[in-house]
Ligand binder design. Sequence first.
Ligand code: FE2
Length: 385
Amino acid sequence: MLLQSATLFADNKAVKLVWQDGFSARFHALWLRDNALDNDTRNPTNGQRLLSVLDIPKETGFKNVSISETNDLCMTLVPGNKSIKYSSSWLRDHVYDNNRTAASGWLGPNTTTWAADLQGQVATAQWHDLLNSRSELGRWLNAVRTFGIAVLEGVPTEPGAVCEVVRTFGYVRETNYGRCFDVRSEVNPENLAYTNLGLQAHTDNPYRDPQPTLQLLTCLENSVAGGESLVVDGFRIAQLLHAEDPQGFTLLTSYCADFEFSGSAGVTLKTRQPMIDLAVDGQLRAVRFNNRSTAAFTQIPFAVMDDYYSAYRRFAGLVEDRQHQVSFKLSPGQLFIVDNTRILHARKAFSGSGRRWLQGCYADKDGLLSTLRVIEQDACNGAAR
Ligand code: FE2
């Protein structure tokens, strides 16, 4: 989109740009100096900034500004007579002149919440295809980014295969449970996950800081009756609570719950984190919900404890409601991955006869999103060539 005009104002400390489609945005001279893309400001190899904010005089303003024949915004900034050029498209992509008044709990981009309507619709890929096709890997990772869950089939039924899946997009997050962990019935287990009991829907490891942001579970054996997996979109539950009981939503976002795990010898993990976690600008960032590792609440004032429990109970009730749940039974060679900041997973009880052996591991979402962005950028660049 072409630039139409550039007008200085605020004592030449800022510029208002108007594009030919009528869109307009204001930029500060300080901001434009800080984000210059020339080799004196950014390392040409790695793109990292070479400048400290203290290198930029606070009185920085425009000496002049113009739109070039190639539709670049050209300027000279003073003091220092620094000449800088920006493409129109870069500026349009980095506009910050907007009034963000989104409601508390707003969702970031590439996020679609779901309920039972996702039953039978969970994005599924084949392990062989993931290994051999970057676009198929991108499709699968995009499903994780968008819906917080995806399924993979054809995974080797060998110990450690789950870690190989992580290698396609990132790195395993090792914990006291090991690099990966077996989920099967044990005598005197360190964790109730290692029994045949049903497990209420939960996010994993809220007692860690930072908590693991991805969990993968693969099935090596499954000949038991029961033991189905069940998933719930915690972001949808948070949205529903917000709509139904804004005050309850605010309580779960405003006070820290206590979480603890000390089931293993030599391990006592504790955190204090909100059950519904908002960024400072209100974006819904994470939910934490795990009845097994919720400790005694000590961060919630007496005056609001009753109301806090009401909101907590309502959140739990919405999680338990079947119309928000998707269930499936893993077969050997199947794996599912969940965004552990968002998706709650549960397991139904299973019989003592037969064998059920899952293997799981944790990984971090930032690595997954990084790989996905690179795949998308490569696809974009390929299409442009
Ligand atoms: Fe779990």
